[in-house]
Write a new protein. Structure first.
Length: 277
């Protein structure tokens, strides 16, 4: 009986191979955009980098678009040595999250190579405030649409973000973004961005009024309040401006990402889900 059962199983295996043909491995998933919607807004996935190495990521579904988290930090850690750096500088921190472990969204950043690899497969870059809570990685729907910026990726913006360590007024540092700041929605406005090897990519409310599209956020900076909001004066003697979406050496608590020391800033790369573009 055992011999006949073994022979039967062998025949079934052979039949299966004969019917389906040669086994072809499924393409490796390279970003969250390679997965269809899961029915859950926030979900962790396993994707593969350029070296075919797997790693866990957080995916966020927004309408027909899905985003891969590339960086996350709280206000205090915005000046951490691994976060206070241009995206063009390779400073990964806590990027290899173990299976089953929560993402350390208070201090998390992918390597430059992984960011660029994802950027080459993305349509948008998005930054948001308090979308994910720490430490349980819970999605916070009330934060969506509060303070955020989103921009379409093109060759110029990819170069500015991931190949230019020092982003300043002496180059074309204007990026067209849409979003919400201080309860005001704005659409497709070019605003100035800044970064250095030791300063995170960010925009400045004060400089926006005079540069790029000269967009006025209708916010008047109080130098004393800006300094009090800031984590610390780094780089030393930085101008009394209000920074948003990174580098909270000077800031305002009216901005959601800088409201509390534990407030979370996240950066994402994404695009349409399969079959929706």
């Amino acid at each position: 009986m055992q011999r006949h059962l073994t022979a039967l199983i062998a025949c079934l295996i052979i039949f299966s191979i004969t019917v389906d043909g040669a086994t072809i491995a499924s393409p490796l998933k390279r970003s969250c955009a390679d997965f269809v919607a899961s029915g859950t807004t926030l979900v962790r996935r396993v994707i593969y980098d350029a070296n075919d190495q797997p790693y866990n990521v957080l995916c966020l579904y927004q309408g027909v678009d899905v985003y891969t988290m590339i960086e996350s930090f709280n206000k205090t850690n915005s000046l951490d040595a691994n976060i206070a750096a241009s995206f063009a500088v390779d400073h990964p921190i806590n990027q290899d999250v173990a299976n089953g472990s929560p993402f350390p969204v208070d201090l998390y950043r992918l390597s430059k190579d992984r960011m660029k690899y994802l950027a080459d497969r993305s349509t948008f870059i998005w930054s948001s405030c308090d979308v994910i809570t720490h430490p349980d990685n819970t999605f916070n729907p009330l934060s969506v649409g509060k303070d955020y910026i989103i921009s379409t990726l093109n060759s110029d913006s990819r170069k500015l973000l991931f190949d230019t360590a020092h982003v300043h007024d002496g180059i074309n540092n204007c990026v067209k973004v849409s979003g919400m700041l201080f309860d005001n929605f704005f659409d497709n406005k070019a605003i100035p961005f800044y970064s250095k090897a030791n300063v995170h990519f960010h925009s400045s409310i004060d400089e926006s009024t005079d540069l790029c599209d000269k967009y006025d956020f209708n916010f008047i900076t109080n130098p004393v309040a800006s300094a009090q909001c800031g984590v610390r004066d780094f780089p030393a003697n930085a101008p009394a401006s209000v920074n948003v979406f990174g580098s909270y050496n000077k800031c305002t608590t009216d901005f959601t990402c800088a409201k509390h020391d534990s407030s979370i800033t996240t950066w994402w790369l994404g695009g349409p889900m399969p079959g929706t573009s």
